[in-house]
Design a binder for this molecule. Structure first.
Ligand code: GLV
Ligand code: GLV
Length: 327
């Protein structure tokens, strides 16, 4: 008998077609956003669920379906899943690491450069017919080249971001829970490990690459923003909630930092409305890994994890190897 699989969000049609050859698939190609109650109901009787970062797998959702064997997240970050509850319930949890590192690193640079050189702000101004008011000192930004790049979170994506700075002749500093190896530091444009305080004080531009957890909740708040340079750009391509959005809005409004590039927010897809009133912020809807090639690689990676889990093998990206999987 084929395993029953719920694919909770729309994906590439050929991915669904391939899954249908192996599984009994309930897809959601119209991409209806399920309420928690609808998701619970859809999951009834399924052996596995394929989700994105927008679906929450809390303990009550996980235990409500005793047949559930696997949760396959099509994302690297998995703070949307109660992994401990899944482990206790005998449910395997997988994610899609590595395939998105380079694309996400590209996007961190996209937001950094768009902010430092005020691309979006000046483009809106041009569209509004203001070019005739151009002045020699219009939209003066901050240089990227030769600047000090700060990275908070030196995992694989952090290293990929740092490595890109070689062509800009930058000095790279970082802070991380544990220090990177000398080889990783060398790869990351000879990044230098510093305290969090020195990182905040010395970075001309700061990129956040931390997973969200209770330990990283509001790791950038009012006190941290106060240490940053008034000319600095802050970029968050990691997760909402690692930044205190209210504190950031205040800092941007009072020009205590120059600008922010944000792809993630607290309470996504809701956004603090005050962000929309600020011109020194670039706001995008969680598209950091969103190249065609990488989104396909993520879907393939999740499919491979699903196939392994359903055939009784260890999935390549199992997050809870201690789980005693159900037969
Ligand atoms: C996207 O945010 C991811 O975690 O892959
Ligand atoms: C995140 O920084 C990762 O480990 O990929």
């Amino acid at each position: 008998m084929k395993a029953k699989v719920l694919v909770a969000r729309a994906t590439f049609p050929d991915v669904i077609e391939r899954l249908q050859q192996q599984f009994e698939v309930e897809s959601n190609q119209e991409d209806k956003i399920f309420s928690p109650a609808e998701l619970l109901q859809k999951m009834q009787g399924k052996d596995a669920v394929v989700i994105t970062a927008s679906e929450k797998m809390s303990a009550d959702v996980i235990v409500a379906n005793p047949q559930l064997k696997a949760i396959c997240n099509v994302a690297v970050g998995y703070n949307n899943i109660d992994v401990a509850a899944a482990t206790a319930a005998g449910v395997m949890v997988t994610n899609t690491p590595d395939v998105l590192n380079e694309t996400t690193a590209d996007y961190a640079w996209t937001l950094l450069m768009a902010n430092a050189r005020r691309v979006c702000e000046s483009e809106h101004w041009l569209r509004a017919g203001n070019w005739k008011h151009w002045r020699f000192d219009s939209f003066l930004g901050a240089d990227i080249h030769g600047a000090t790049l700060g990275i908070l979170g030196m995992g694989r994506i952090g290293q990929a971001i740092a490595r890109r700075s070689t062509g800009f002749d930058m000095n790279v500093i970082y802070h991380n829970r544990s220090r990177a190896t000398p080889e990783q530091e060398a790869y990351a444009n000879n990044a230098r490990y510093v305290s969090k305080e020195e990182l905040l004080r010395s970075a001309d531009h700061l990129i956040l690459v931390l997973p969200y957890s209770p330990q990283t909740h509001h790791i950038i708040g009012a006190a941290e923003l106060a240490l940053m340079k008034p000319t600095a750009t802050l970029v968050n391509i990691a997760r909402g909630g690692i930044v205190d959005d209210v504190a950031l809005i205040a800092a941007l409004r009072e020009n205590r930092i120059a600008s922010a590039g944000l792809d993630v927010f607290e309470n996504e897809p809701a956004l603090h409305p005050d962000f929309l009133t600020l011109s020194n912020v670039v706001l995008t809807p969680h598209i950091g890994s969103g190249s065609e090639k990488t989104r396909r690689a993520m879907a393939d990676c999740a499919s491979a994890n699903l196939a392994a889990a359903m055939s009784g093998q260890q999935p390549p990206n199992l997050l809870n190897p201690e789980v005693k999987a159900k037969k």
